[in-house]
Design a protein around this ligand. Sequence first.
Ligand SMILES: [Zn+2]
Length: 569
Amino acid sequence: MIFNKQTIPMKFVCAILFFPFFIYSQDFPQDYFQSPLDIPLDVSGSFGELRSNHFHSGLDFKTKGIEGLPVYAVGDGYISRIKISTFGYGKAIYITHPNGYTSVYGHLQAANGAIQNYIKKKQYEENSYEVEMYLYPSELPIKKGDVIAFTGNTGGSGAPHLHFEFRNTKSEEILNPLHFGFKKLINDARKPVIQGVVVYPLDSTVVNNSQKPIEVNFSKQSDGSYLGTKIQANGKIGFGINAHDFCTNGYNKNGLYKVKAYVNGILYYQYDFDGFAFDESRYINNFIDYERFHLMGQRVQKLFQLSNYPLSIVADNKKDGTIKVQPGANYNYRVELYDFHNNKVELIIPITFLSTETAIKKEIKKTPYFIKAKNEAIFEKENVLVQIPENAFYSNFYLNFDVANDILTLHDDSVPVHKNITITFTEAKGYAEEKLAKTYIASLDGYKLDYNKTFRKGNTFSIKTKTLGKFKLAQDEIPPRIYNVNFVEGKTITAQKTISVFVSDLQSGINTYNGYLNGKWILFEYDYKTKKLVHNLEDAICIEGRNDLKIVVTDNLQNSTTFESYFFR
Ligand SMILES: [Zn+2]
C-alpha cells in the first residue's frame, strides 16, 4: 500500500484494504501519460524486483540492445532535476508533472536539444562530468511527447535499457509506474513461476527431521497450481519462495507484484509492490533469506516476519506469517503469487504435526561476542576498534571477531548489515609520512584488496562499512594508467568526432579525471564499465592548427598520472 499508515485511522485502513482498485483508479490517472518509448514496451526489470541491497525502484524497458532511441516526456511538466553520475542512474532526467507526480528516466546516453545544452553549460561551469541540478519550472518546460533524451547504458546499467520511474513529487515515495496507465501497453499473459520453496524451522522446531531450513519438493498439477510434499513439524515454522514472473514474449526473470499466504483459509502474510520509500529499500536484506543468497546466490523471499521492521509493503499484516504447528492439528498452507496483470499461480503445502528425531541439527557457533541487534556494541583488540550502532543487524547472533597478523576478522558477509559500522585502525606503526599518506583500509576478498573510503587522522585510519568480512591496512602507491589514445600524435584529425583514452587503476580506483586542450578544461565523459574517457570535439574547444592535449587522472589516494600529446585540426 502506498499510504502513510500512521496518519490513517484504522477504519480507513480497512476500507483501503477492501477496495484497493477503487482507490487506485481514483488516485492514479489512467489516460494522462503516454509511453516514454515509441517501440513496444518490453519489461526487463519490474517494480520492486529483488536486487542487491535494494528493491528495484522502477521499470526497465529493453531498447532492442542498442542505444540512441528517442525518449519521450510522458506528460506535460518541467524538468525539475538532472543528475549526471558515473555510477547509479548514470545520466538521469526528472520531469515534474502538474498532477503531483514526477517521472524519472535513467541510464540515458544523452539529453536532447536545449536540455543537453543546459547540462553541458553546467559541466563546463563546474569543470566536472558529474553534475546535479534542480531547476525552476520556468527553465525547461516540457510538453507531453517532447523528445527529452536518447536511451543509453550509462551508470550502473548492464545492457542498454531505459530505467523508468514514478514518484510522488511531494513525498518522493517511489510508485509502481504500472498504476499510471502503462499496464495496457505491456503484454503479460503468463503466470509467475515457482523455482524453489524452503521451510524454516523456527525456535527449536524440527521439520522433517531437520532443525535447519530445508527445501520442499513440489510438483505442478494439471490445473497449473503447485502441490508441495507434506511437511511434518512440531512447532513454529515459516516458508520462503524463490519465484519469478515472465512477460508474454520475454525471457527476463521479473519480480512478483503481490503475494498472499493463507493457513486454513486465513490470511497470514501479504505484500504488494505499489510503492515504497527509498530509505526502506535496504530492508530487502531482511526480506530475503540473506544467508542463503550469500551461500547459493538464490533470492528466497521469506513469507514471514520474525522481527518488526518498517517495510511498508508488508507492514499492514496482522499476522507475522509464521505457523505454530500443534499436536493433532492439520494445516493447509496456500500461497498465491500474482504479477501486475493479475496472472496468478497457487502453491499448496499440507502440514501435519509430528515430533521426529532430529537428524540434521542446527549448528550455532558460539563466540564471546554475542550481538543483541537492538543494542550498540564496541569491540577492541590490539590496535583495532569496531563500533556497531544499535539496530545495525536484524537479529541476534554470535559475531566472529578477531585481530591476528594485522588482519581484522569481522564475521563474514553471510550476515546483512543495515547501518554503518565504524572500523578504526589506530596508531599504525612503522610507516613514514609518505607511506601513511597512501594508506587505506582494504577489505580482503581472498587475496584481492578492495578499497574502502578511508578517513585518516595522523596514523589513525577509519572507515564506515555495511559489509562484514576481513579488513587490513594496505597501501596504494601505484598511479592510474592512461592508454590507447585514439589518434596518432602530431597527425591532423579533421574527420575525427571524439578524442578518447582508456584509464584504469589497480587498487584504490579512479577518483578524478580532467582533460585540457591548450590549457582550457574540456569535458571527458567517463564510463567505468568500458574504462573509457571520451571528449566530444563538437564542444568546439579545439582550434585550427596545433592543439595540445593534457589529461590528468588520479586515484583515491592521490596517485596521479598525466598524459600529454598534440594533434592538428
Ligand atoms: Zn532500472
